[in-house]
Design a protein around this ligand. Structure first.
Ligand code: B12
Ligand code: SF4
Length: 500
């Protein structure tokens, strides 16, 4: 069967991040091994007219992968064209799993595959072919003949060893997804595990992964790294796992592989505070790890306990210092504007950011994720009315502009705090005195802008550049204007490294 896997284009603002469409890649690589003819259409980089593309590729099924609510509008446009042409439409992905009924009631989907999609999609394609009954497809959602919404029993997690290594040849051009991040010039992304054992209240890990951390067999991961280096010139890896290196034996095997097989490759990963010993950090550095990003989230003990962030704040400063001592660049991500967060708690976070003197600070606004504990709390408190239509889902989606502020902090304060750290992040420097180690974020931003033209063509690049310029000016404005608010939170550059 001819299967078109579509990664839609998100519908707001400026798109910095061009990670590979992993979901489509994973599904496509698997379906190929089962005899299907697969094509991936990443609409972020191939902005071809929808009617023309569908007519030309003439698929037997159109499958849409929706990772966030911002992808829905474009997915609807593609689905509408496919439905008009009489082609069966299947939706799936992180966000589709949260809102299957809204998707089905829009009339733009025949079926929705929930959670992990390989086997579910394989069976849904059998339904399209008329060789399987929809009622037997675990993990599928649909409307029955009477228009009733039906969710079949959940599909148990598959054994990740059943899935093949990713077939990068399915992508239009892998260079479209490679970025420069000092010292790597062709940074590619990989995923070595799925899920996470923790249960932060703002995350939907519990709902989606049931708090299970599942590891892909290392042979598969190593095969992908070899291919990326040998066939696609990758000299750096961004490891996109939620939590990398939790299993210590596996971490040692991974480091040994990188040291022996790819000594010149640098890599970057995310983890939780406290998960590594000093020796492990040194081992990672020796194996090419350059930066570890930690989810710190808040400087307030009270708030950390409330969001169930699973680390002991007492060890934070020493742990970050240990990471720096191993030679690694430290990155910390924080969320501001949590429901009921107070001005005093935000001040604690700001002071924590200064005190830790991280090399990179990523500070995001809280955005409510359906399926998370905090979403359910906000619904119970009557602050959110769950969406009934896809249009309402889009309206409630992830925004980076604090349109919905559930905290007790004035929105303008949140904007000033975020923009202050964003502005200063542009000047970030890595720990190593190597070439290209200063102003890494600014350089990365500029290289992204150039790549944008290459990725999306001049016309789309101009639209994106307009968005980038606007974002840059807004960041500059909030970071520098409003002196009273800066004073309220001690937002001065000289405070980096200060012990409050
Ligand atoms: C890569 C990635 C991105 C990329 C997306 C690339 C793309 N496809 O266009 C980028 C960087 C753009 C991105 C952005 C965001 N992301 Co993101 N991202 C990820 C990441 C790191 C990997 C996802 C992935 O590819 N996994 C690997 C694949 C193989 O697994 P999978 O995604 O589970 O796919 C399976 C199923 O979903 C299913 N499936 C998928 N598609 C389909 C289609 C069909 C038809 C079927 C049947 C099944 C199916 O089968 C797949 C194979 O098993 C995850 C974290 C993680 N480590 O998982 C976060 C994650 C998905 N992102 C998340 C979030 C919140 C965001 C943002 C909203 C953040 C923000 N506030 O701005 C933005 C939204 C983007 C925007 N501009 O609007 C959350 C999702 C929460 C949610 N959905 O509400 C995650 C889980 C991170 C987290 N823990 O918070 N992201
Ligand atoms: S926020 Fe990160 S650490 Fe917390 S549950 Fe989600 S993936 Fe796990």
């Amino acid at each position: 069967m001819k299967v078109l896997l579509v990664n839609p284009v998100p519908d707001f603002g400026f798109n910095w991040n061009f990670d590979m469409p992993f979901s489509c890649l994973a599904l496509g690589s698997f379906l190929q091994t089962r005899g299907h003819e697969v094509r991936i259409w990443d609409r972020r980089v191939e902005r071809v007219h929808i009617q023309k593309y569908i007519a030309r590729s003439a698929p037997d099924a159109v499958c849409l992968s929706v990772i966030a609510s911002t992808y829905i509008r474009d997915a609807m446009d593609v689905a509408a064209v496919a439905k008009d042409a009489g082609i069966p439409v299947i939706w799936g992905g992180h966000y589709a799993t949260i809102v299957p009924e809204e998707i089905l009631r829009s009339g733009l989907a025949d079926w929705v595959g929930l959670r992990e999609g390989e086997y579910t999609l394989l069976e849904l394609l059998a339904v399209v072919a008329g060789t399987q009954n929809i009622a037997d497809v675990l993990g599928a959602a649909y409307l029955d003949a009477d228009g009733r919404f039906v969710v079949n029993p959940e599909r148990p997690f598959a054994n990740l060893a059943d899935f093949p290594p990713l077939d990068y040849a399915l992508l239009p051009d892998i260079r479209l997804y490679q970025t420069a991040m000092a010292p790597a010039r062709h940074l590619s992304s990989i995923i070595t595990s799925k899920g996470c054992p923790y249960q932060c209240t703002f995350c939907f890990n519990y709902y989606y992964h049931h708090c299970q951390l599942r590891l892909r067999p290392l042979e598969l991961v190593f095969a992908e790294i070899d291919t990326l280096a040998r066939d696609y010139g990758a000299d750096g890896l961004m490891i996109l796992d939620e939590l990398f290196g939790v299993n210590k034996e596996r971490l040692r095997a991974f480091c040994a592989f990188m040291r022996e097989k790819h000594p010149a490759m640098s890599w970057f990963c995310c983890n939780a505070v406290g998960n590594f010993t000093a020796d492990e950090l040194k081992m990672m550095y020796a194996a090419g790890c350059k930066t570890i990003s930690y989810g710190i989230e808040s400087g307030s003990r009270e708030l950390l306990a409330r969001i169930k962030k699973n680390y002991d704040p007492a060890i934070l400063a020493a742990f970050i210092q240990q990471t720096k001592d191993a030679g690694l660049t430290t990155s910390g991500s924080f969320i501001i504007g949590f429901p009921k967060e107070t001005v005093a708690q935000l001040r604690e976070t700001v002071h924590m950011v200064f005190r830790l003197a991280l090399d990179l600070v990523v500070l995001n606004y809280f955005s409510v994720v359906p399926g998370s504990e905090l979403f359910n709390e906000l619904v119970d408190e009557g602050k959110i009315t769950p969406a009934k239509t896809l249009q309402e889902v889009i309206a409630y989606g992830e925004r980076n502009d604090m349109e919905h502020n559930y905290s007790e902090i004035p929105t303008i304060d949140l904007k000033v705090v975020r923009c202050f750290f964003r502005w200063n992040a542009l000047k970030a420097t890595t720990r190593e005195g190597e070439k290209g180690s200063s102003l890494i974020m600014l350089k990365m931003a500029l290289s992204q802008v150039l790549l944008m033209v290459f990725r999306t063509g001049v016309r789309n690049a101009l639209v994106n550049l307009y968005g980038a310029a606007k974002e840059f000016l807004v960041t500059f404005w909030y970071a520098h204007a409003h002196p009273k608010i800066r004073k309220k939170y001690d937002l001065y550059r000289r405070n980096f490294g200060r012990r409050f």
